[in-house]
Design a protein around this ligand. Sequence first.
Ligand code: ACO
Length: 363
Amino acid sequence: MSPAINSLGLDDVVAAETVLSHVDGEAGRLIIRGYDLDELAGRWSYEAVAGLLWSGFAPEDGEAAVRAALGRARVAAFDTALALLPQAKALSPVEGLRLLLAALPDASPVPAHVLATAAVPVFAAAIVRQGRGLAPVPPDATLGQAEDFLRMVRGEAVPAAHARALDIYMVTVIDHGLNASTFAARVVAATRAGMASSVVAGLCALKGPLHGGAPGPVLDMFDAIGTEAAAGAWLGDALDRGERLMGFGHRVYKVRDPRADVLKTVAASLKGGGNRVRLAEAVEAAALDLLKARKQTKPLQTNVEFYTALVLEALELPREAFTAVFAAGRVAGWAAHVMEQEQTGRLIRPQSRYVGPLPRRAA
Ligand code: ACO
């Protein structure tokens, strides 16, 4: 007997109280601990926003202390990367990241939230280089996370504009209410399983194409469409086949995802990004027209992943590693939620409604 498909996706269910971030889906507004995203993006570094999220939950206080702690922890995480990298060879980048993150201890001399946050870019950079047949580059503890991440990927100093663009990207995705990966991390944290286990859970949820796995396929879509003129017909055919258009739709936003605007500006500012921005604008306009005409049950708008694809492409990061790069930004948010859950939350244990057959004799 095949089970009937049900529509339970916990829409509008409140499953946690948090001081960390709020997604206002009607207004298209993202608040990060008392600041609109627009206020923070481009003004505060990743380390400053991580410190804001961790404040009161962890001892690191302020941008300089977070930057120093993350720098030291990146150096500590590099040994784990070296030891396990060969085992990640046959895996996709995000699967490799999952393998390496799973090797982190839940208890260690380096505070677990710092270690996890530092480890993701170190591991992701080493995995990208391994995919290119190159040896990993050790971290530079004096740099910020974004700049050091790009440097570890490229193996050379990074232009300031690129470091800044990645830093803004990482701030833009650092936290986003009770999204699927953060919820997964909080569920594991609520059992007191520990930071590394919770962060691995977050990554596992992030990896799916309905969540953080979308930006690579967005680029595939741009490649397949090719020209601005071809957008409408290509997208129409995709919808006819019953496909979802990657980079559109969101459970909470009823209007445009504010992160898309921040990242569109970043993409346009990067050398080489210009042509794809024009193509992206044409694809976006055609997609929104088609979705409005054909999907009337719910307003479907552009989400963060659409312009993420352009930013990460312009930074010369490989598309198969985009989800791992997303994790390098989101991990500080996961860590904050794990600490909040551990300090203020209870075991998360919902109920299911039984719709199976009534008990009978086993005979
Ligand atoms: N393209 C085409 N149709 C869509 C899309 C889309 N991108 N998104 C939703 N729909 C349709 C569904 O097919 C459904 O149509 P129906 O009523 O005719 O069956 C209707 O809109 C409602 O869809 P739901 O699945 O109920 O929406 P939900 O809130 O569960 O999904 C999600 C949100 C997963 C983001 C969805 O919009 C989607 O799959 N988007 C494409 C993938 C993507 O961009 N993911 C990144 C999300 S951002 C992030 O997680 C960081």
